[in-house]
Design a protein around this ligand. Structure first.
Ligand code: UD1
Ligand code: MG
Length: 469
C-alpha cells in the first residue's frame, strides 16, 4: 500500500431513508427522539467528531424533516442523496453512486438507527481497516440475544465468510451470536463496483448491503471483522421497546455524570429525566419526577421540586422551582422562586429575585426585579416593572377576540386582588388598584383607582399634600 492510500480521506455515509416499520409509527424512525434529540442527530454528531471530508445522508421517508435535523447538526458538511423507494440498505448506498463511485476515499457506513456508537469505537474500526489493509471491515459484536440481526458467519479458519440476515438464516445460523452492527468501513470505489452485482434474491426481496462483503471476497478483496466488546453501544433501535431501553441507558449515563462530575444531587435518579443537552450547575438539588428537557441551563444552587418540567429554558443561580411547575422557553434570573403549580411559557422572563406563586400563568411577559405575583393570576403580553405586587386573581385581559394587546405596569405598583387589566393599558409607577377593579383606561402614576370601570379616587401624592396642609 502506498503512503497516499494510507491517508485516503474519510467520508461518512449514513443510512436514514427507511420508515422503520417495526416502530409502528407514521414518523420516520430516525426522527424519533432519544434523550430529547432525534436519532439521526446523535449519529450526525458522532460522525462529525471524526472530522470527515463529507457526511452523506441517504433520505427517503420524511426527507425534508430529516434533512432539516441534519443541517441543524452539521450544516455545510452534509450532502444528501434521495432514495425515493426503500428497496434495502444496498439500494440506499446505490442512490449515492454518482456522488461517490470515483472517490479515492474510505467510506464509513453508519445507520441512522444506531445512535449511541462512540466516535472512539469508529476510530478504532477505521484504524483496524487501515492496519489490516482491508477493502471492507465490518464492526461486529456478540449478543446474548441476536434475534433480528444479521449474523456474521465465519469459516472453519474463523475468517469472515458472509453475513446472513435473520429472515434468510437457517436454524443453525440463527444460533450464531456474533452479529453485524450495520457499521462498516469500505474502500469507496470497490464498494460501488461490488454493489452493482447485488441482487434482491432473498426473503425480503431487498438489495442488501450485507451481500457486498461476500461479493468483494469472491473478487479476491480483503474483508475483515472488527469485533467490538460493548454490545449495547452498537445496538440498533428497531422497536419502541428498544427506544425505551436506550432512553434509560442514556439517562442513567447523563445523570451519573452530573452526579459524579457535575456535583448535582438527585434524590431519586431513576425517576428523573434530564436531556443530554441540558446543563446543570453545582449544588443543585433535583427531586423525583422532574424533567429537564432540550438545551435548558440551570445555574448553581437551584432546587427543583417534584414533578416540574423545564423545557428549553434558562435558570440563574439559587432559583427555587416548587412542585409541579411547567416552564417552557423562558428565562428565570437568580434568586427567583416559582410555583407550586405555575406555568411560564413563550419567553416569560423573571428578573432577579422575582417570585411567581400558586396557579400563576406567565406568558410572553417580563416581571422586573423583586416583583411578586403569588396567587391565581394570568399575566400575558405584560411588561411589569420592579418591586411591584400583583394581587391574587389578577388577570391581564390581553385578547379582545381578534388581537392580543399589551399591558404595562410600572415600578412599585400594587395591583389589588381580582383586578382585571383590560389591555392595551398602562398603570403608572407607585399606583394602586382597589380589589375587584376593572381597569379599562391608563392609570396615571401615584394614583389610587377602583371600581368598574376603575376611576381615579385619589392622587396618592395629594394625600401627602393634605397632611402638610
Ligand atoms: C441491518 C442489517 C443487519 C444488521 C442490522 C444492524 C441489512 C440488510 N441488514 O438490518 O445485518 O444486523 O442492520 O442494526 O443491511 N435504510 C435505508 N433504506 C432502505 C432500507 C434501510 O435508508 O431501503 C436505513 C434505515 O433507515 C436504517 C438503516 O438503513 O437507518 C438500517 O435499516 P433497517 O431496516 O433497520 O435494517 P435492519 O433490519 O436492522
Ligand atoms: Mg435496524
Amino acid at each position: 500500500m502506498t503512503a497516499s492510500e494510507q491517508h485516503k480521506p474519510l467520508d461518512v455515509f449514513i443510512l436514514a431513508a427507511g420508515l422503520g416499520t417495526r416502530m409502528k409509527s407514521r414518523r420516520a424512525k430516525v426522527l424519533h427522539e432519544l434523550g430529547g434529540l432525534p436519532l439521526i442527530a446523535h449519529v450526525c454528531r458522532t460522525a462529525q467528531a471524526l472530522g470527515p471530508e463529507r457526511i452523506i445522508v441517504v433520505v427517503g421517508h420524511q426527507a425534508a424533516e430529516v434533512e432539516d435535523v441534519v443541517r441543524t447538526e452539521i450544516g455545510h458538511l452534509a450532502r444528501f442523496a434521495l432514495q425515493p423507494e426503500q428497496r434495502g440498505t444496498g439500494d440506499a448506498v446505490e442512490v449515492a453512486r454518482t456522488m461517490l463511485e470515483n472517490s479515492e476515499s474510505l467510506l464509513l457506513v453508519l445507520s441512522g438507527d444506531v445512535p449511541l456508537v462512540k466516535p472512539e469505537t469508529l476510530t478504532k474500526l477505521v484504524e483496524h481497516h487501515r492496519s489490516t489493509r482491508s477493502d471492507c471491515s465490518i464492526l461486529s459484536v456478540r449478543l446474548e440475544n441476536p434475534t433480528g440481526y444479521g449474523r456474521v458467519i465465519r469459516d472453519a479458519q474463523e475468517s469472515f465468510a458472509r453475513i446472513v440476515e435473520q429472515k434468510d438464516a437457517t436454524d443453525e445460523q440463527r444460533q450464531v451470536r456474533e452479529i453485524n452492527s450495520g457499521i462498516y468501513c469500505f474502500e469507496t470505489k470497490k464498494l460501488f463496483k461490488a454493489l452493482s452485482r447485488v441482487e434482491p434474491a432473498n426473503e425480503q426481496g431487498e438489495y442488501y448491503l450485507t451481500d457486498v462483503p461476500e461479493i468483494l471476497m469472491a473478487d479476491g478483496a480483503r474483508v475483515t471483522v472488527y469485533l467490538h466488546n460493548d454490545s449495547r453501544e452498537v445496538s440498533g433501535i428497531n422497536t419502541r421497546a428498544d427506544l425505551a431501553e436506550f432512553e434509560n441507558l442514556l439517562r442513567r449515563n447523563t445523570i451519573r455524570s452530573l452526579m459524579i462530575e457535575g456535583g448535582v444531587t438527585f434524590i431519586d435518579p431513576s425517576h428523573t429525566y434530564i436531556s443530554a443537552e441540558a446543563k446543570i450547575g453545582l449544588d443543585c438539588v433535583i427531586y423525583p419526577g422532574v424533567s429537564i428537557e432540550g438545551r435548558s441551563t440551570v445555574g448553581e444552587g437551584c432546587t427543583i421540586h417534584s414533578g416540574a418540567r423545564i423545557t428549553s429554558s434558562r435558570l440563574g443561580d439559587n432559583v427555587v422551582i416548587k412542585d409541579r411547575c411547567v416552564i417552557v422557553d423562558s428565562e428565570i434570573e437568580s434568586n427567583c422562586s416559582v410555583g407550586p403549580f405555575a406555568h411560564l411559557r413563550m419567553n416569560a422572563r423573571l428578573e432577579e429575585s422575582a417570585a411567581v406563586g400558586n396557579f400563576v400563568e406567565v406568558k410572553k411577559s417580563r416581571l422586573g426585579r423583586g416583583t411578586k405575583a403569588m396567587h391565581l393570576s394570568y399575566l400575558g403580553d405584560a411588561t411589569i416593572g420592579e418591586k411591584t405586587n400583583i394581587g391574587a386573581g389578577t388577570v391581564t385581559c390581553n385578547y379582545d377576540g381578534k388581537s392580543k394587546h399589551e399591558t404595562l405596569i410600572e415600578d412599585n405598583v400594587k395591583i389589588g386582588s381580582d383586578t382585571m387589566l383590560v389591555a392595551p393599558v398602562r398603570v403608572g409607577a407607585r399606583s394602586v388598584t382597589g380589589a375587584g377593579s376593572v381597569v379599562t383606561r391608563d392609570v396615571p402614576p401615584d394614583s389610587l383607582v377602583a371600581g368598574v370601570p376603575a376611576v381615579v379616587k385619589k392622587r396618592l401624592g395629594e394625600r401627602n399634600d393634605e397632611k402638610k396642609g
